[in-house]
Design a protein around this ligand. Structure first.
Ligand SMILES: [Zn+2]
Length: 298
């Protein structure tokens, strides 16, 4: 458990960090890498959740913005792709490794867009029970100006961009973002590529929503799609299918034991997910944590 939490802090950082980055030194050596995708879309990686940027005649649009301390570097990376300012930021969910730059981009004039519950959660301090951490309320300028319930479309740079809410998945405010013409789908933290996912059950997340999110995604995309996970490298339909099968199989094993009235500790001790652990448990969320998330939400 302790190792998992330490790795979690290292990789994702948000639990240790309020929205204002106090320990900016942590980010001093972070470089923002640009990976072109297609049709004016690119992946930006630094530290925190994967960013997709769309550039073109209508201006720049980003999905998620990592940490406040990285905003200048993110802006500099975008400036190599376009001389247009960032007009819109869309947050896939409220966690600080995806929304930490909101205040900076918002004060610079970008309109921040997210699902209703993102604004609600960012407006108030949150307690992350899983990691026993307080998350501070975000400053006003960081809050989404435009919110939506089930979905919203943007029409930019030759793309119809669909933000699609998935209920009770990684949190209660997740949105996937689908670039129809480019056939590119950013899934936010519904998809951790190559890793067991974090399910924020304290913020309304649950295993059934995670599976529903993957199923919804698979109805949108074909084999030529580029799938962007919240964390991990760019992916595709086949890998997303494998991830969905893992989630479904993992859920079934935990559900079976819970139905036999086994306690959480007994289920963990039975190592019911050993066949998945070798592939998915490597670097982030341990099997014990994922069993706990699923047990709590079944
Ligand atoms: Zn997250």
């Amino acid at each position: 458990m302790r190792t998992a939490i330490m790795l979690f802090s290292l990789l994702f950082g948000f639990i240790a960090l309020p929205v204002h980055g106090q320990d900016d030194d942590r980010f001093a050596n972070v470089e923002i890498k640009i990976t072109p995708i297609r049709d004016g879309l690119a992946l930006l990686t630094g530290q925190g959740g994967n960013i997709v940027v769309s550039t073109g005649a209508d201006g720049s649009f980003i999905i998620d913005d990592q940490f406040a301390a990285l905003s200048d570097k993110i802006r500099a990376a975008i400036a190599t792709l376009s001389d247009q300012p960032v007009r819109f930021v869309l947050n896939t969910h409220f966690h600080g490794d995806h929304t930490g730059g909101n205040e900076n981009f918002g004060l610079a004039g970008a309109v921040i867009v997210a699902q209703d519950n993102v604004r609600k959660r960012m407006s108030h301090a949150q307690f992350l029970e899983t990691f026993k951490r307080d998350l501070k309320a975000a400053p006003a300028a960081a809050l989404p100006l435009v919110t939506f319930s089930d979905g919203l479309s943007l029409h930019l740079n030759g793309q119809d961009v669909r933000a699609i809410h998935v209920a009770h998945a990684h949190t209660d405010g997740d949105a996937m973002v689908w670039f129809e013409q480019a056939n590119v789908l950013h899934m936010g933290d519904i998809y951790f590529n190559g890793l067991y996912p974090f399910i924020d059950v304290d913020a309304g997340g649950g295993i059934n929503g995670m599976i529903a999110g993957v199923d919804k995604a698979l109805t949108l995309i074909d084999d030529s799609a580029v799938v962007v996970p919240g964390h991990g490298p760019l992916s595709n339909r086949a890998e997303l299918v494998a991830y969905g099968e893992m989630l479904r199989g993992f859920r079934a094993r935990v559900a079976e034991l819970k139905q036999q009235d086994k306690s959480l500790d007994q289920i963990i001790a039975a190592k019911p997910t050993a066949k998945y652990d070798a592939i998915w448990a490597g670097q982030f969320i341990s099997p014990e944590l994922l069993i706990g998330f699923i047990y709590k939400t079944l």
